[in-house]
Design a binder for this molecule. Structure first.
Ligand SMILES: Nc1ncnc2c1ncn2[C@@H]1O[C@H](COP(=O)(O)OP(=O)(O)OP(=O)(O)O)[C@@H](O)[C@H]1O
Length: 267
């Protein structure tokens, strides 16, 4: 039941989902579209009136709408089970919304909280190199430069120290940095983070978040970051609060922080 879409870089593409048996004929079709040309007026991530319910009928998302522009880091907070991960999976196209539409600029990188399931290649360098977009005649040195650049961007420095190591010879925090480096090596226009620093100590966590913040601005990436850690919100441009599958508050960090501290036992 996944939408079939072909994406030619540089051109917008669109997929319309096939009709689902359990949808009433009167219900509007769900749209999931990918575009390569995002701008502030044409957001890189646009979620419009999205609802999602599990097969059991349980509602996980209820009329959710949000926008993330290029260069913006939006952080999503909310209590356990409120639907944050479900929303990220719907945005990524891993789950099909029951209602509403999603627009996503590609390439999109998804960073999960568990680095162990994301490093698939024998060494740090090969894992990151696998993400580098390749041309048929691309010199190996250019791929190596992209790997080094990605490693330096996440603080795996000096790169030579880590390149040949396998995942099990890295600490949990270093592994997560390597995963973020692979994500950056894709040259994504959008990034989704699901509690990406959960395996890290507070100092390393703060450092990695600050680095991601910098890269997001420098490369005009639209990033949507799920977190339970209030200290991570310090680098957000926008904060979105979810509760019971709905967005209950949404705004610029400066305006949202007093509200967040007031309701911190609920996020
Ligand atoms: N595969 C599934 N099948 C049925 N229900 C699910 C499934 N995955 C999650 N849910 C339910 O959907 C709701 C939202 O879950 P989700 O994982 O999105 O919450 P969350 O906000 O990310 O929680 P947490 O902060 O604990 O990670 C929860 O009630 C959860 O029990």
């Amino acid at each position: 039941m996944y939408p079939a879409f072909t994406h030619v870089p540089g051109t917008p593409c669109r997929a319309t989902l096939p009709h689902r048996r359990n949808l009433s004929p009167k219900r509007p079709r769900v749209n999931f579209s990918c575009t390569a040309n995002a701008s502030r007026s044409n957001p890189a991530i646009a979620v419009d009136n999205v609802s999602f319910w599990w097969k059991s009928g349980r509602v996980a998302l209820d009329k959710v709408s949000l926008r993330v522009a290029p260069g913006e880091l939006a952080m999503l907070v909310g209590p356990n089970g409120c639907g944050k991960s479900t929303l990220l999976r719907v945005v990524r196209g891993l789950l099909i919304p029951s209602y509403g539409s999603v627009q996503l600029s590609t390439p999109c990188a998804f960073v999960h909280q568990n680095p162990d399931v994301q490093m698939l290649f024998p060494s740090v360098a090969t894992d990151i190199a696998a993400s580098v977009p390749k041309r048929p005649d691309m010199p190996v040195d250019e791929i190596r430069d992209s790997v080094i650049e990605a490693m330096e961007a996440v603080g795996l420095s000096p790169p030579e120290k880590y390149m040949r190591l396998s995942a099990h010879r890295l600490s949990g925090g270093q592994r997560q940095r390597a995963v973020v480096a692979s994500a950056l090596a894709m040259r994504p226009t959008t990034m989704l983070f699901d509690e990406a620093t959960a395996s890290m100590d507070p100092v390393n966590r703060a450092e990695l978040v600050a680095r991601v913040r910098r890269v997001v601005s420098e490369r005009s990436i639209a990033a949507l970051w799920v977190t339970h850690l209030l200290e991570e919100l310090d680098v957000a441009d926008t904060i979105i609060v979810m509760r019971g599958g709905k967005i209950t508050a949404h705004g610029p960090r400066v305006a949202m922080m007093p509200l967040i501290y007031e309701m911190q036992d609920q996020v």
